[in-house]
Structure formats: structure tokens, C-alpha cells
Design a protein around this ligand. Structure first.
Ligand code: URA
Length: 274
């Protein structure tokens, strides 16, 4: 049986969850519990397992009668229940607003680069972050790496406008530096919502930052490539980032092997380019 949560702890939790919702973060995950049943976060030791779980995981069914603050744990996203992916994406974009949730908004970004393509795409590419060209034009992958990505898409027998393209983070990091972990954590919930709205059949993570952020795995590219992952019920493959392929074109044949596996999964045949 669950015991009632201490009212002051409940209030603190409610405040914290409200704070995260204002940041646009709606997903909460349980941290692993060690073999003795002890959570590695500091929490009230008097809480039983069910109570502790329900504090941080909105996905665990809640059996208790409605308490106004309980709703905070299962906060619906603004696009929930919207079946048209284009409309859902528009709602997510509106929720993102003129984002100031991380430091990148004051480090020279010209505009937010939300994502582009077919809201009903079967295939979605996820890159790292906008570069200078993307920051200027407001669209992902429009620079040199984008040209190569376009060629890769064409080689698969499809068009850029058939797929959806987005990045882990939506603002250009200064000097194109690698995004910081907290920037990825702050921004990626919006990408997750875009993925949930589009529901592609396959996601291709371009490069290590995309792969590691989506999969929460810290492994070298050599280990990440060459297998399928289950990303919330969607098949996910990892391949090299086009910018890396520009620097080391010998790896293009490896990337092509990755894309061929994706084509097979989607029933695409080489030479079918329209
Ligand atoms: N590199 C990325 O990862 N994304 C872009 O949009 C452009 C370059």
C-alpha cells in the first residue's frame, strides 16, 4: 500500500515539475535502482517503491483517486490528441516560441532551425545542430553537408521533400562547437515530440551526437553503426554524419551500406529516383 506523500515534499515536487513543463520538458525517467532496491537519487527513504516510481515516471499508471497535483505528473503535451502531423508540428513549433531555454539564444543564433520536410514521412534524418548556413536560412542541412545529405537521399531513390530532417538542437552553437550535454537535454524533448507527431517508420541518426543523444548510449561510431535500435517502437539506424564524410570520403561506402539497410527496411529500390 502507498503511504501519502509528505505535503511539503509534494509541493516541492509540484513546483519542480511545473518548472520543467515551462521549459518544454514533459518526459521524466526513472533512474536505475540498484540490487538492494536503493535509488541512486537522494529521496525520502520512507517512500515505498511504487510511490517513488510514481513521483518521477508519468508513464506508470496511477491508481489513486485524483488529486489536483497528481495531474502534474501526467501533463498532456499541447499537441496531444492532434491526429494531423502537420498541425501537431505547428503546435510544437508554437510551444517552442522564441526559445530562451538555454544559453544558445544569446550566443549569436540568428534564428531557430525547427525542422523541414514531409510531416507524414516514413523516413526521418536527425543531425546534430545548425551550422552557419542553416542559422541564416532557418532550415536544417542546407550547407555543404546538406548538399551531401541531399545526394545520399537521392541515391536512396527518394527526394528531400519526401523525408523529414531535424537536429538534436535547434540553435547554432557558437563557432559550430559540439553541443553541450545540457543543451541537448534541454532541446531534445522538442525533437522527441516532433518524432512522436511524425511517427516515421525509420529514423537515421547522423553522427555520434545524434546517436548518443537519442539512444543514451556512449559508444564509438564503429559500435553504434550496423544494427537496428528500437526507439520508442520506431526502427533507428546510425550512420556517419555528412560533414564527417566530407572530411573522410573513403567512409562513404560504409555510409551507403547503412543506407541500403534502411532502403531494404522501407522497401526502396536503387534506381527508383523520381
Ligand atoms: N550539420 C548538422 O548536424 N545539422 C545541420 O542542420 C547542418 C549541419
Amino acid at each position: 500500500m502507498s503511504r501519502a506523500l509528505d505535503p511539503s515534499l509534494r509541493r516541492q515536487l509540484a513546483d519542480r515539475i511545473r518548472f520543467y513543463r515551462e521549459l518544454g520538458i514533459y518526459e521524466f525517467y526513472r533512474r536505475p535502482v540498484d540490487s538492494r532496491g536503493a535509488d541512486n537519487t537522494a529521496r525520502d527513504p520512507s517512500l515505498d517503491e511504487e510511490e517513488a516510481s510514481s513521483m518521477i515516471s508519468p508513464t506508470i499508471p496511477r491508481a489513486r483517486a485524483a488529486d489536483p497535483e497528481d495531474d502534474l505528473f501526467s501533463a498532456p503535451k499541447p499537441e496531444a490528441g492532434v491526429s494531423d502531423p502537420a498541425r501537431a508540428l505547428a503546435i510544437i513549433r508554437e510551444d517552442l516560441g522564441a526559445c530562451t531555454r538555454c544559453r544558445l539564444h544569446k550566443q549569436g543564433r540568428q534564428q531557430i532551425v525547427f525542422g523541414v520536410g514531409n510531416p507524414k514521412a516514413d523516413l526521418m534524418f536527425v543531425g546534430e545542430a545548425p551550422g552557419a548556413d542553416e542559422d541564416e536560412q532557418g532550415e536544417p542541412f542546407v550547407g555543404r553537408a546538406g548538399q551531401l545529405l541531399n545526394n545520399m537521399i537521392k541515391a536512396m531513390g527518394i527526394r528531400r521533400e519526401d523525408v523529414y530532417i531535424a537536429n538534436i538542437i535547434k540553435c547554432r552553437p557558437p563557432g559550430n562547437r559540439v553541443p553541450e550535454r545540457d543543451e541537448c537535454e534541454t532541446c531534445s524533448p522538442f525533437l522527441l515530440r516532433q518524432i512522436a507527431a511524425i511517427q516515421p517508420k525509420v529514423i537515421v541518426a547522423l553522427g555520434a551526437v545524434a546517436a548518443k543523444t537519442l539512444l543514451a548510449i556512449n559508444a564509438p561510431m564503429a559500435e553504434l553503426r550496423g544494427r537496428w535500435y528500437d526507439f520508442r517502437g520506431i526502427k533507428l539506424a546510425v550512420t556517419y554524419h555528412p560533414a564527417f564524410l566530407l572530411r573522410d570520403p573513403r567512409q562513404k561506402k560504409e555510409a551507403w551500406k547503412d543506407l541500403q539497410r534502411v532502403m531494404q527496411e522501407l522497401g526502396l529500390t536503387v534506381g527508383a529516383a523520381r
